[in-house]
Design a protein around this ligand. Structure first.
Ligand SMILES: Cc1cc2nc3c(=O)[nH]c(=O)nc-3n(C[C@H](O)[C@H](O)[C@H](O)COP(=O)(O)O)c2cc1C
Length: 327
C-alpha cells in the first residue's frame, strides 16, 4: 500500500485514532508491536487555531513513531484549513479528517459524523484541507448517518475526487454508534468499485489475527485498522503482523506478560505526563490489560481508586502473586 510517497507493507495494520487512548505513551507500545501507521487522537480544529494547550499537546510527535498522522475534526471550513496549517508545523506525515465521530457533543456542533448529512460541506472542507497542505490528506468515516442513508459508496468517490489519498471506513452508521456488529460488505463494495483507486482501509471489530486475515481476504481491503481490541493489548499488532507474514498464530500473552506490559505502560505515562495525569489516564487501559482474566473485578475497582505509582505497582504485584499461587 502507498499513501502519497509513503510506502507500507502489503497489508498494513493501522492503529485507530482513539480519544484519550492513542497518546504518545500508548503509541510507543503499538509501534514496538509493529503498527505500520498510527494516528493521534482527534484534535479540535477550533482548539488548534487558538493554540489551546490541550490541543497543542496532542501535536507532539516523535521521529520514532513515523509514519504518523494527525487527525483533526471541526465544522468550519476556515478553521479546518487554519488547523491544518498549525498541525503541519509539527511535521506529521499525514493529515486525517474525522468524518466519523458519533458523539453527540461533536455531532451537534456539525463536526465528525455530522458531515455525513451534509456531503457538499464535507467535500468543500476536504478540498480546502487538501489545498492547505503539501502532505497527504486521508479521511476516516462511517457507512452513513443511519440505516436509511448508507451513502459511503458515493461519499468515497467524492472524497477521492476532492483529493484524499486514502480512506478508512468503520463499518457502522452514526446511529449505530458502537452497537451491533460492523458490516464490512459496503467496505468491500467501495474497495471493488472500479472508480476507486486510493487505498481503502477497513475498520470495525478486528479483535484477532484470524479475524484480520478473514476480513482482508473476504473484502480485499488495502489495510486493516484496529481500535478497541488493542487497548490494553498492543501485542495484537505483533499477532496480526506475524499471521500476515507467516500464516501461523503466535501464542497470546500470559497474564504475567500482560502485567509487565501494563506496568511498563504506566511508567511510560508517568514519565511523559507526570504521576497524577499518568495514573489517571492509565485507568482507561486496565480493563483491556485484564480482559478475560477471571476474578479481576475487585482488583480493577481497586486500581481505579489508587493515585500513586507505588500503590499501583504493589497491586499489580499482588495480582501476579495471587495468580501464580493459583496456577
Ligand atoms: C474510546 C474511543 C475513542 C475513539 N476516538 C476516536 C477518535 O478520536 N477519532 C476517530 O476517528 N475515531 C475514534 N474512535 C473510533 C475508532 O477509531 C474506531 O473507528 C472504532 O472503535 C471501531 O474500531 P474497533 O472495532 O477496532 O474498535 C474512538 C473509539 C473509542 C472506543
Amino acid at each position: 500500500m502507498r499513501i502519497g510517497n509513503i510506502a507500507f507493507d502489503e497489508y498494513p495494520v493501522i492503529l485507530a485514532p482513539m480519544e484519550d487512548i492513542t497518546d504518545t505513551a500508548f503509541r510507543f507500545f503499538c509501534k514496538k508491536a509493529g503498527a505500520d501507521l498510527m494516528y493521534t487522537e482527534f484534535i479540535s480544529s477550533e482548539g488548534l487555531i487558538r493554540m489551546a494547550g490541550k490541543s497543542m499537546d496532542k501535536l507532539r510527535l516523535s521521529d520514532d513513531e513515523r509514519p504518523i498522522g494527525v487527525q483533526v475534526f471541526g465544522h468550519n471550513v476556515e478553521s479546518m484549513k487554519g488547523a491544518v496549517e498549525v498541525a503541519e508545523r509539527f511535521y506529521p506525515d499525514l493529515i486525517d479528517i474525522n468524518y466519523g465521530c458519533p458523539v453527540r457533543k461533536i455531532v451537534n456542533k456539525g463536526a465528525g459524523a455530522s458531515l455525513l448529512r451534509d456531503i457538499p460541506l464535507m467535500i468543500r472542507m476536504t478540498e480546502s484541507v487538501v489545498r492547505a497542505t503539501s502532505i497527504p490528506v486521508t479521511a476516516k468515516t462511517r457507512l452513513g448517518w443511519d440505516e436509511q442513508s448508507k451513502v459511503i459508496v458515493e461519499v468515497a468517490e467524492r472524497l477521492q475526487d476532492a483529493g484524499i489519498q486514502a480512506l478508512t471506513i468503520h463499518g457502522r452508521t452514526r446511529a449505530q454508534q458502537y452497537a451491533g456488529l460492523a458490516d464490512w460488505s459496503l467496505i468491500g463494495e467501495v474497495k471493488n468499485n472500479p472508480r476507486m483507486n486510493i487505498p481503502i482501509i477497513g475498520n470495525g471489530d478486528i479483535d484477532s489475527a484470524l479475524k484480520a486475515g478473514e476480513m482482508r481476504d473476504k473484502y480485499g481491503v488495502d489495510g486493516i485498522m484496529v481500535g478497541r481490541a488493542c487497548v490494553g493489548y498492543p501485542h495484537l499488532f505483533r499477532e496480526i503482523k506475524h499471521y500476515f507474514r507467516t500464516g501461523s498464530l503466535l501464542p497470546m500473552l500470559t497474564l504475567e506478560e500482560r502485567l509487565e506490559q501494563c506496568l511498563a505502560h504506566l511508567e511510560k505515562l508517568v514519565e511523559i505526563k507526570g504521576e497524577r495525569a499518568g495514573v489517571l489516564n492509565m485507568r482507561k487501559h486496565y480493563s483491556g490489560y485484564f480482559r478475560g482474566v477471571p476474578h479481576f473485578k475487585p482488583y480493577r475497582l481497586q486500581l481505579l481508586t489508587l493515585t500513586t505509582l507505588q500503590e499501583i505497582k504493589e497491586t499489580l504485584h499482588q495480582i501476579r502473586d495471587t495468580h501464580l499461587s493459583n496456577t
